[in-house]
Design a protein around this ligand. Structure first.
Ligand code: HAM
Length: 428
């Protein structure tokens, strides 16, 4: 029989690696709460048209990478529905914002999420078909200040503080403005016109993009195309005064908080919903998939989905990639050891050992429990791998309430009354 394996592009996360995942997630929750963000959890699948309308029909994600299926009706009264595993979370958050009328509070909504996303991409290091994002969105009516450049700077500064707190250094922040809903189409028209002449000399992907989604040409990594791309019109020259002023204020606010950045006129990012500020943090240690996180403003997205005017800005970090970066920087750390391994000396002592373990765990200790069928030698061998101390629970110990404890690092064996055991083990 062929053995079943995790599907290509998906993987299992096992301890001790999951401890690092929990650490990163806990750090995000801690840092984000200081900026007054609350957690949102949206469904893992949504109506397909949500992504088609927000991310954009012509994007790689929607045209090639979504896991979409026809969810058949189960009763005559039901209709079948096209559903999709979420390839990203911004669309789901904005749908929820509209559905729950969060705009009516008149306040800015500051929401973060941690969860899996799904894209049918070619798997490689740092690129998976099920991957994890930690993201955040700041969205609200214009009267709540949602359009302010301060919001962009605050979100980016939060990211810099978060990476700092995790100990990730050596990142690069690239920043651009892709203009408003009016200047962006103007630029796209000029770009399309310019591409008409040069695209035939470019790679086949660019030839296709020149027609379907000209902005994506700017993302092309093919070396031969680079000199051609350098000659194309730049979006910065097509921004209206409002967009220019907005971007200048974002940059000035970042300067004031000491967040280093590079302005990159080619950073357009792969979603249709972006307007004005777009940004990406990259890390050299990641190899080909070097984008640690990406984000930007989406001032018209709510309206694209039939909602009220609700400008917003957000970002998503690739959790898998944060972990890769941390692992590369980490020297091999010893796995965390339990404070005690309790070895019942005989099957009759299994239940008293279970009770003792419960008492110690309730006092906050990390405890591993042996089994009375083990020989003493085997108990010592296992305990030595998992714990700092072994606690022997035989009939004598049970009767006297005084336990025999051996500390593996000092080699010392001592007798400790059960009432003092937790304190002694904690200090060991
Ligand atoms: P994105 O750039 O598509 O943006 O994804 C954000 C991050 O998710 C990337 O920088 C990368 O670290 C990670 N990522 C993307 N695809 C994969 C993959 N196949 N395997 C591993 N990691 C991956 C968004 O998703 C936007 N929703 C971000 C946003 C939020 N913009 C505004 N608000």
């Amino acid at each position: 029989m062929t053995l079943l394996k995790a599907v290509r592009g998906t993987r299992d996360l096992l301890p001790p690696e999951t401890e690092l995942w929990n650490h990163v997630e806990a750090t995000a929750r801690r840092v984000f709460s200081r900026y007054n963000f609350g957690e949102i959890r949206t469904p893992i699948f949504e109506d397909t048209s949500l992504f088609a309308r927000s991310v954009g029909e012509e994007t790689d994600i929607v045209s090639k990478e979504m896991y979409t299926w026809d969810d058949r009706a189960r009763a005559q009264s039901e209709k079948s529905q096209s559903l999709t595993l979420r390839p990203e979370n911004t669309a789901g958050v904005v749908r929820a914002y509209i559905e729950h009328k969060l705009g009516e509070t008149g306040l800015l909504q500051k929401l973060y999420y941690i969860g899996p996303q799904f894209r049918r991409e070619r798997p490689q290091r740092g690129r998976y078909r099920q991957f994890w994002q930690i993201g955040a969105e700041v969205i609200g009516p214009p009267s709540a200040g949602s359009e302010s450049p301060l919001r962009d700077a605050e979100a980016i500064e939060m990211l810099a503080s978060f990476l700092d707190e995790l100990g990730i250094t050596g990142w690069t922040l690239a920043l651009n403005s892709v203009g408003s809903a009016t200047d962006r189409p103007r630029y796209i028209a000029v770009l399309r016109e310019a591409l008409r002449e040069v695209a035939p000399r470019m790679c086949t992907d660019c030839q296709r993009r020149a027609e379907t989604n000209p902005l994506r040409v700017l993302d092309c990594k093919v070396p031969e195309d680079q000199p051609i791309i350098e000659t194309l019109p730049r979006i910065a020259d097509y921004l209206d005064d409002d967009s220019k002023a907005h971007f200048a204020q974002v940059l000035a606010a970042l300067d004031a908080c000491g967040v280093p950045y590079q302005v990159s006129s080619r950073l357009v990012r792969g979603f249709d919903y972006y307007t004005r500020t777009t940004f990406e943090f990259t890390h050299g240690g990641l190899g080909a998939q070097n984008a640690l996180l990406g984000g930007g403003r989406y001032d018209g997205l709510s309206e694209m989905l039939g909602g009220p005017k609700a400008p917003g800005i957000g970002f998503a970090m690739g959790l898998d990639r944060l972990i890769l970066t941390l692992q590369a920087a980490q020297t091999e750390s010893a796995p965390a050891l339990a404070e005690a391994f309790i070895a019942p000396l005989g099957e009759a002592l299994n239940t008293p050992a279970l009770v003792l373990a419960r008492d110690l765990r309730r006092q906050g200790l990390r405890v591993e429990l042996g089994d009375g069928t083990f020989r003493l030698k085997k108990s010592f061998e296992i305990a030595n791998k998992l714990a700092r101390n072994i606690v022997l629970l035989g009939e004598d110990e049970q009767r006297s309430g005084i336990l025999t404890v051996k500390n593996f690092s000092t080699g010392q064996q001592t007798k400790i009354p059960a009432t003092e055991l937790a304190r002694a083990l904690k200090n060991s």
